[in-house]
Write a protein that binds this ligand. Structure first.
Ligand code: AMP
Length: 361
């Protein structure tokens, strides 16, 4: 693959905070970014050279966008595959279409893990109330019923504890493309964020531990305190998935730590909230690394320079920014969003600690 040199234009599908931080990292390396997003005033637009406001199904707008870019990437996975596949006929799209197709569908994702010999929660495809009853009979209760696509931050899912609640949960999700998963009593949630270069080289920042509040990521502790066996397992699982997808770019793999073994929960084919700590505590941030990977540049070092605890600023929490700026070890990142709606990710703070001295959970 020919490298995309600095000065070229990188296209980013999606205009949220991930696109914004990608565009900032790209600019530092001398690239221009063209953001493609359906919404008005996307957070990424404020820091990009060019913005197209159009729907992801607008083929004419996508074709014009593609013509302006040397390479295209995406900052979220809930975009329709067909128009992006068309785009890939005229401009390289990284990570590729297959990675997008598999990772945007929880069922395909879990089947893919199975094919690679990687453990997940037990699961069944559910397309009807009868199939849900069958899944309950086979998997037992409690279980988690999820939409196959478009779910995030706990949206599009319901825990079913009693068989009597099944019909209502099925009706509430308003879809016949669902997946039922056995409920896992995990000890904690981990993730591995790694990058795979165009040459197949993998560089990982290592497992981190994630704490959620109201189904939204609240804090990431980097590094996770793990014994060597689980640490190696986590790295091996994530690398195997990246290789199997012939992946180019940054990939996040979310894991349940069940004490004696790890189960894959889901993958994200993009930079990830649990990798935000790398902006201030690693030699190369996940955003720079993604740009390097999709442009065919050598990957940078993922060495951790200090420990870090990342905390998301959700909704009104962003109003604490003056106090956060006054903390000596805190690095503040705000996304420039005008309205602090409840549940909205407005920014994050990375608190830095000398190696080995981050607060324990
Ligand atoms: P997801 O959108 O699949 O990442 O799910 C959001 C959160 O729900 C996860 O971070 C877990 O805390 C929880 N969760 C999801 N699937 C399961 C499961 N099969 N068993 C137990 N908890 C789950």
């Amino acid at each position: 693959m020919q490298a995309v040199p600095p000065g070229a234009t990188i296209g980013i599908l999606g205009g949220g905070q991930l696109g914004r931080m990608l565009a900032l990292a790209a600019a530092r390396l001398g690239y221009r970014c063209h953001i493609y997003a359906p919404e008005a005033d996307p957070p990424a637009g404020a820091v990009a050279a060019q913005v197209t406001r159009a729907d992801f199904t607008d083929r004419a707008a996508l074709a014009r966008f593609a013509a302006s870019c040397a390479v295209v990437t995406y900052e979220f996975e809930n975009i329709p595959v067909a128009p992006v596949a068309e785009l890939a006929a005229t401009v390289p799209v990284r990570p590729g279409i297959e990675a997008l197709r598999i990772t945007q569908d929880r069922l395909l994702e879990k089947r893919f893990c199975q094919q690679r010999g990687i453990a997940t929660a037990p699961f069944r495809a559910v397309g009807s109330a009868a199939e849900l009853d069958q899944a309950i009979a086979e998997l037992g209760l409690p279980l988690v019923l999820k939409t196959r696509r478009m779910g995030y931050d706990g949206k599009g899912q319901a825990k079913i504890a009693k068989a009597e609640a099944a019909a209502a949960a099925f009706a509430a999700l308003r879809s016949d493309e669902l997946i039922a998963e056995g409920f896992i009593g995990f000890r904690r949630e981990l993730s591995v964020v790694l990058a795979r270069g165009a040459d197949g080289r993998i560089v990982s920042w290592g497992p981190v531990q994630n704490i959620h509040r109201n189904h939204i990521l609240w804090r990431t502790y980097a590094p996770a305190r793990l014994d060597d066996r689980l640490r190696n397992d986590a790295e091996r699982i994530a690398a195997s998935l990246a290789e199997g997808l012939e992946y180019v770019g940054v990939l996040a793999v979310e894991l349940f730590d069940c004490g004696d073994r790890l189960l894959v929960n889901e993958m994200a084919p993009r930079v990830h909230n649990s990798g935000h700590w790398t902006m201030d505590a690693a030699v190369t941030s996940q955003f720079e690394q993604h740009i390097r990977a999709i442009c065919g540049l050598p990957l940078g070092s993922a060495e951790r320079l200090c420990d870090a605890v990342m905390e998301n600023l959700i909704g009104d929490e962003v109003k604490t920014w003056p106090a956060l700026l006054a903390e000596p070890n805190a690095k503040l990142h705000l996304y420039g969003k005008a309205e602090a709606r409840p549940g909205r990710k407005m920014g994050h703070v990375n608190r830095l600690y000398p190696l080995g001295q981050a607060p324990q959970l």
